[in-house]
Structures are given as structure tokens and as C-alpha cells.
Design a protein around this ligand. Structure first.
Ligand code: ZN
Length: 177
């Protein structure tokens, strides 16, 4: 895993983050098999618990997640994931995003979701998720439709957070000069 080259993570307001990603097709098999371990390595290094392909510049419906329960790696690679059911009950959880680093906010979403996807070898999978995994799945699948977690905030909170992020980025780039 240490030899896997890392990928640059795109930051807001990169337009690729706003594009709708296309489904992974059979012809993408080699690309996706090469991309998934690089995305996982990039996510672990960040560090983060989820990463969607558009965040590394690939407009493909591919997501990697690892909540690392008890610090044990348990990577998930989700090809063409989709939410097929969501609970009426909602839950609020603090979210952040590797494409808006350093910014966090409470986001309200369905508490539980049922998700379908394919594994790298094409196996169909389906699971019901709650708690942190439900949040993470929804956050990453949103990325495939060009949706950022900040879009789920009220306008006032969203504007404040984005403004703060852009200001901090400006300071950072000035320090780098
Ligand atoms: Zn994100």
C-alpha cells in the first residue's frame, strides 16, 4: 500500500466537483481497478473516511470508504453506488470534506439508508446502513451528483463556511509564496 502513488484532491470551487459523474461501464474495468487503491491510499493519507472519484478529478461513479472501526482497516470500494431507500427519520451529524478541508458543520440527512453497488469484481452488493456509515455513504454519493455537504446547509451557514474556507485558502497560498 505504501508504494501506491497518491492523487491530488481537488478543492472547492473546482468545477469537476460540480459535475455529474457517469456510471462505471465494463470498459472502465482497468481504470477503476487502478484508481480504487490510489483513492484509498489518498484517503488514508489525508486522513479521511471517504473519497469520491470526482474529488480526484475522475467523473466516475466510484466511491471508497473506510470507517476503520477500532483502528482496523476495512476498506469498501463501491462501484456505481445508489441509495435505493432512505428512512423518514432524520439524524444530524457533523460533517467535513477533503475538498473543503478544515471546515465542519452539522448536516441533517435520513438516519438510515439502503445502498446498492457493485464490487470491483462485479459482484452486486446491498446493505442497510445507519449512524456514521449512513452519513458517509450519503455524503460520498452526493459527490457523484456534484453535490457538496455545504449544499445541505442553510444559506447563511453555507455562505459563512465557504467564505471562511476561501479566506483560509488565500492565507495559505500567501504563506506558500
Ligand atoms: Zn466530501
Amino acid at each position: 500500500m505504501n508504494d501506491v502513488p497518491l492523487l491530488p484532491i481537488l478543492l472547492h470551487p473546482d468545477p469537476i466537483l460540480r459535475a455529474k459523474a457517469r456510471p462505471v461501464a465494463e470498459g472502465d474495468a482497468d481504470l477503476v481497478r487502478a484508481l480504487a487503491p490510489r483513492m484509498l491510499a489518498t484517503m488514508y493519507k489525508a486522513p479521511g473516511i471517504g473519497l469520491a472519484a470526482p474529488q480526484v478529478g475522475e467523473k466516475l461513479r466510484l466511491v471508497v470508504i473506510d470507517l476503520q472501526p477500532d483502528d482496523t482497516p476495512s476498506p469498501m470500494v463501491l462501484v456505481n453506488p445508489e441509495i435505493v431507500a432512505a428512512s423518514e427519520e432524520r439524524a444530524v451529524r457533523e460533517e467535513g470534506c477533503l475538498s473543503i478541508p478544515g471546515q465542519y458543520a452539522d448536516v441533517e440527512r435520513p438516519a438510515r439508508v439502503k445502498v446498492r453497488w457493485r464490487e470491483l469484481d462485479g459482484t452486486r452488493r446491498e446493505m442497510e446502513a445507519d449512524d456514521l456509515l449512513a452519513t458517509c455513504l450519503q455524503h460520498e454519493i452526493d459527490h457523484l451528483d456534484g453535490v457538496m455537504f455545504t449544499d445541505r446547509l442553510g444559506p447563511l451557514k453555507r455562505n459563512m463556511l465557504i467564505k471562511k474556507f476561501l479566506k483560509e485558502q488565500k492565507l495559505k497560498s500567501r504563506e506558500a509564496m
